[in-house]
Design a protein around this ligand. Structure first.
Ligand code: ATP
Ligand code: MG
Length: 273
């Protein structure tokens, strides 16, 4: 459904002349119906990956595919949820959710109906007239989720959407997400091994460039999963092991570099749990 192929992404700062390589040679794919997690330390290029797939930025080299076509721009077919919910403070909850529908040529009544359906899915129908500043962090993130769900995207790209929330709210929203996404493929960024183990069908471990994806772990645990269960805890332990083995940004062989491509003999491991 979505695919990054041998992606290099370098950011150049013309003022300092510095080039930062965020992604050196990254490939990954999310299949139809799949829930994939991207797990890695701060600064390894997770948001850059999401931004490339969302069409917010372009690769320096390599190709980004969505549904068989190269991605060049943002589109409503890819719903993006960020760490901080980006809501319009002067619009009500329902108007925020309706906003994404404005370019679709729907009648007011239809927009209203779809927005209320999406708000019901995230349990916020009774807050339709509230303004964002009156909502808790978890409620705001639910509105952001409803705003994506309302346009019925073909894929959801989620960049640490629950990381600012307290653990019980975070767990509730994880469960709601699994319910409301239906069969929609998801690429979900997290730092948190438990979150990845609980949510994902496939987990990509990501390290700082030039390593990139160092392991692809296929999770065969049954759903609904038990966060305290032995199998899940074993997987969490294994994921922590993967993360502990990664070099830090400072000791990474090439966190910063200039233009040339850099072959690195690190093989991506594939495991099934
Ligand atoms: N617009 C930009 N200009 C210059 N450098 C950037 C830009 N965006 C990201 N970077 C750099 O690219 C690298 C990867 O950043 P990115 O935000 O993708 O990491 P991340 O894995 O999402 O980190 P975090 O977990 O902290 O959100 C970092 O070194 C960062 O400083
Ligand atoms: Mg990030």
């Amino acid at each position: 459904m979505i695919r990054l192929e041998n992606i290099r992404k370098a950011y150049h700062d013309p003022e300092t002349g510095r080039t930062t390589v965020a992604l050196s040679d990254v490939s990954l794919a999310v299949k139809t119906g799949e829930f994939a997690c991207l797990l890695g330390p701060s600064g390894c290029g997770k948001s850059t990956t999401i931004n490339l797939l969302a069409g917010f930025t372009r690769p320096t080299r390599g190709r980004v595919w969505f549904d068989g076509n190269p991605i060049s721009d943002p589109g409503l077919d890819r719903g993006v949820v960020f760490q901080e919910p980006v809501l319009f403070s002067w619009l009500t909850v329902r108007q925020n959710v309706e906003f994404g529908l404005t370019s679709m040529g729907l009648s007011r009544g239809e927009r209203h109906r779809l927005a209320m359906t999406a708000l019901s899915m995230v349990g916020l129908a009774d807050q339709e007239a509230a303004l964002p500043h009156t909502l808790s962090g978890g409620m705001k993130q639910r509105v952001a989720l409803a705003r994506v769900l309302v346009v019925n995207p073909k894929v959801m790209l989620m960049d640490e959407p629950f990381s600012a929330l307290d653990p019980p709210t975070r767990e509730r929203l994880q469960d709601e997400l699994l319910k409301v996404r239906g069969n929609c493929p998801v690429l979900f960024v997290t730092h948190n091994p438990l979150e990845a183990a609980y949510l994902a069908d496939t987990i990509y471990i990501m390290a700082h460039a030039p390593l990139g994806i160092t392991a692809r772990i296929i999770v065969n645990l049954e759903r609904p999963r038990d966060r305290e269960g032995t199998d899940l805890q074993r997987l969490v332990h294994e994921l922590r092991g993967h993360l502990d083995q990664l070099p830090s940004a400072a000791s990474s062989p090439m966190p910063i570099c200039i233009s040339k491509s850099h072959p690195y003999p690190y093989k991506t491991r594939q495991e099934t749990c």
